[in-house]
Design a protein around this ligand. Structure first.
Ligand code: ATP
Length: 365
């Protein structure tokens, strides 16, 4: 087991035309489960492959524990990687697939290897499949074999590259729990790549959000959800996405009031924000999460009257699409059932409003 540190890690492709990973710094603790998430092409897989030693860093360093492994060959790094496509040998049995790495990298006897394989197979609940070939297995079973093969190696670090993408939704949920259980049981440091923010949020002790090869934020899922450092993170984390409205600030008798161009959105914000306003009419982007918008009683300080455009029931809740901004959604209880075209009043707490610089997206308050 070991910690993992990436220091000023950079990866260029095509003679510098593409910067896949740009000056990435991450400190991952021993035994921690960290998820890497971001849109397609943000550099997740390239980062993982550099940690595994499958891709050479252009510059920067990778440390496993105290060892600088930047120039160490993949087979000499104590990491095990689990891939989306399982990467099993089709002509070998499950047992042979799981023991292959051990045969190459250790001098364990045949019996000792079998013991390790059987133990890992039991952990994954596949001990009855040891004599089967991969094409006799379901997708979920194949992924269990791939996980079992990683466990058998007893690595310092587990690397997962979208391991559940090929499974159906129900199985994916089961396997998420399985992977977490095993990682905790073995206490092995894990880095898990996914493009699914929900998966990243539910699985990670900490979540790393990347965009265009650059780190946007790293933190505990609730911290990132509650305190996004920029509008990209605010919009990426949470489902449905954070609502954004472009507004101008005015200082209205000591209170901050935000208005959009048509003057149909105004809200009073916390005093921490009022101190940041440098000039009247300064532009900001306001972010409010769908789950932070509530039907108003009329008593509240911030009440917005608007038209309901669409009502989308999801069972436990209703999504109301409101005419406040494009795709502005309020997530309300299923007992709140306006009809499309109805006028309603909604409200939100001042503390639940995120304010971002409209130019660089950085959080202001
Ligand atoms: P996805 O979720 O689609 O897998 P990702 O976040 O894992 O995306 P990477 O696969 O790491 O992103 O790619 C990052 C960038 O580097 C992309 O612009 C990609 O096109 C580029 N890239 C990756 N591998 C290579 C390569 N071997 N040659 C050239 N460009 C590459």
């Amino acid at each position: 087991m070991a910690s993992l540190r990436l220091k000023n890690l950079r990866k260029e492709f095509d003679r510098g035309q593409i910067v896949a990973v740009d000056d990435l710094n991450l400190d991952i603790e021993d035994g921690e489960f960290v998820t890497l998430v971001g849109p397609s092409g943000c550099g997740k897989t390239t980062t993982l492959r550099m940690i595994a030693g499958l891709e050479r860093a252009t510059s920067g360093n990778i440390y496993i524990g105290d060892d600088d492994v930047t120039d160490v060959h993949a087979k000499n790094r104590d990491v095990a990687m689990v891939f989306q496509n399982y990467a099993l040998y089709p002509h070998k049995t499950v047992e042979e697939n799981m023991s292959f790495g051990l045969r190459m990298s250790t001098d364990l006897s045949k019996d000792e290897r079998y013991e390790r394989v059987y133990e890992a197979a039991e952990m994954m609940g596949i001990e009855d499949l040891l004599d089967d070939k991969p094409d006799e297995l379901s997708g979920g079973q194949k992924q269990r074999v791939a996980l079992g093969r990683a466990i058998v190696r007893e690595p310092d670090i587990f690397l997962f590259d979208e391991p559940l993408s090929n499974l159906d939704a129900k199985l994916r949920t089961t396997m998420r729990t399985e992977i977490q259980r095993i990682q905790q049981e073995l206490g092995i440091t894990a880095v898990y790549v996914t493009h699914d923010q929900e998966e990243a949020m539910t699985m990670g002790d900490r979540i790393v959000i990347l965009r265009d090869g650059e780190l946007q934020q790293m933190g505990a899922p609730t911290t990132v959800y509650e305190n996004p450092t920029n509008s990209f993170v605010g919009g990426f984390v949470g489902s449905p996405s954070m609502n954004f409205i472009d507004v101008r600030a005015t200082n209205d008798s000591g209170e901050v009031v935000l208005r959009d161009g048509e003057g149909d959105f105004s809200c009073h914000l916390s005093s921490s924000f009022s101190g940041r306003i440098e000039s009247a009419n300064e532009q900001f982007t306001v972010g409010i999460r769908p789950e932070d918008v509530f039907p108003a009683t009329g008593e509240e300080r911030n009440v917005l009257e608007t038209t309901v455009e669409v009502v989308e029931p999801i069972g436990s809740d209703n999504y109301l699409y409101l005419d406040l901004a494009e795709d502005f959604i309020a997530r309300v209880g299923s007992d709140v059932e306006p009809a499309p075209g109805d006028r309603i009043q909604v409200t939100f707490a001042e503390d639940d409003v995120h304010v971002f610089d409209s130019e660089n997206g950085k959080v202001v308050a």
